[in-house]
Design a protein around this ligand. Structure first.
Ligand code: ADE
Ligand code: ZN
Length: 322
């Protein structure tokens, strides 16, 4: 099977986390910023574990300082993603890394990203939507600043609000104010949970943040009742197996719970998270799913159908992408 050419819908990527290391190293050189410590000798990103990954991620964001940097980044990411057959992609973007929460600056960054997205749609046939993201380990107050940016810029490009970062910082309910604000503004909602936390973190995220999707969610595997609740409610998991293996949220591809979750009726989708950090692509994810679990064409068709139905876009876009 030619995995690359299967038309794919990808719901869970981080824009800054999709930056090729050579792109970030080049920007750092242009601006005389020394972040050489975040790279291995071969130029790849160097990190030891999840906490260190978050630090390296933030350092990699340092050279991204202007709307023009984000325009170039968005174009580079869409070129790479489109080359792997992705026709629709959603990406997390953080006001914290784009003007520090100032709404007017944030608008300028977004305009630059949208500019690149429009060009990529015309020239490469890939559609991009943005999910504004609070960073959990920056705390509830900073998350509210991100939510305000999201509420002020909901539109054709920004369609969702989410939360990433260190999952063990506080409980989901501490961030409810932000999610309420985003929901009231008409944004669709997702949050990282169950990447590191267990079933209770996933259950509280669904209950307290009223999200329709969960980033990762693999911690649900330890609770059959919760899996049944997720299936009944139709909450969709944005599963990123390659990310989970590299960050050691699971011990191996064979130990990944995605097949068991799916077999329990949980709606699952597949994404790359931060592809250059995890040495992955959507093609590589599909290859490993085929090799590890024997998934074939029908399984991938079902994954993409689930993803498109759960996409944070309007019906016109959904129909055009299908
Ligand atoms: N930000 C970027 N990648 C992330 C991940 N895998 N988990 C939490 N926050 C992130
Ligand atoms: Zn993520």
């Amino acid at each position: 099977m030619n995995f690359k050419d299967i038309p794919k819908v990808e719901l869970h990527t981080h824009l800054e986390g999709s930056a090729p290391p050579a792109f970030i190293a080049g920007l750092a050189r242009e601006k005389n910023i020394d972040i050489s410590g975040i790279f291995n000798a071969d130029g790849s990103y160097a990190f030891r574990d999840f906490d260190h990954f978050l630090k390296v991620y933030e350092a990699a964001c340092e050279p991204l300082q202007s709307p023009e940097d984000f325009r170039r980044l968005t174009m580079a990411v869409l070129e790479e993603t489109a080359a792997h057959g992705v026709v629709y992609m959603e990406t997390f973007v953080s006001p914290d890394f784009c003007g520090g929460g100032d709404v007017s600056a944030w608008r300028d960054y977004l305009a630059a990203m949208q500019d690149a997205a429009d060009e990529a749609e015309r020239t490469m046939g890939i559609t991009l939507r943005g999910i504004v993201t609070g960073i959990r380990h920056f705390g509830p107050d900073q998350c509210k600043v991100a939510a305000r940016c999201a509420a002020e810029t909901k539109g054709d490009f920004i369609t969702g609000f989410g939360m990433a970062g260190g999952e063990m910082a506080g409980r989901p309910g501490d961030y409810a104010y932000s999610f309420d604000m985003a929901r009231e503004a008409g944004l669709q909602l997702t949050a990282h949970a169950g990447e590191w936390g267990g079933p209770s973190m996933v259950a509280e995220t669904i209950r307290d943040l009223k999200v329709e999707r969960i980033g990762h969610g693999i911690g649900a595997i330890d609770d059959a009742n919760l899996m049944e609740e997720i299936a009944d409610k139709g909450v969709v998991l944005e599963v990123c197996p390659g990310s989970n293996v590299v960050l050691k949220a699971v011990t191996s591809w064979g130990a990944h719970p995605i097949a068991k979750l799916r077999d329990a009726g949980v709606p699952v989708t597949v994404s790359t998270d931060d592809p250059p950090f995890f040495h992955t692509t959507m093609t590589a994810e599909y290859e490993m799913l085929a090799k590890t679990f024997g998934w074939g064409e029908d399984d991938f068709r079902a994954l993409n159908e689930t993803a498109l139905n759960a996409a944070f876009c309007d019906e016109e876009t959904r129909a055009r992408v299908a």
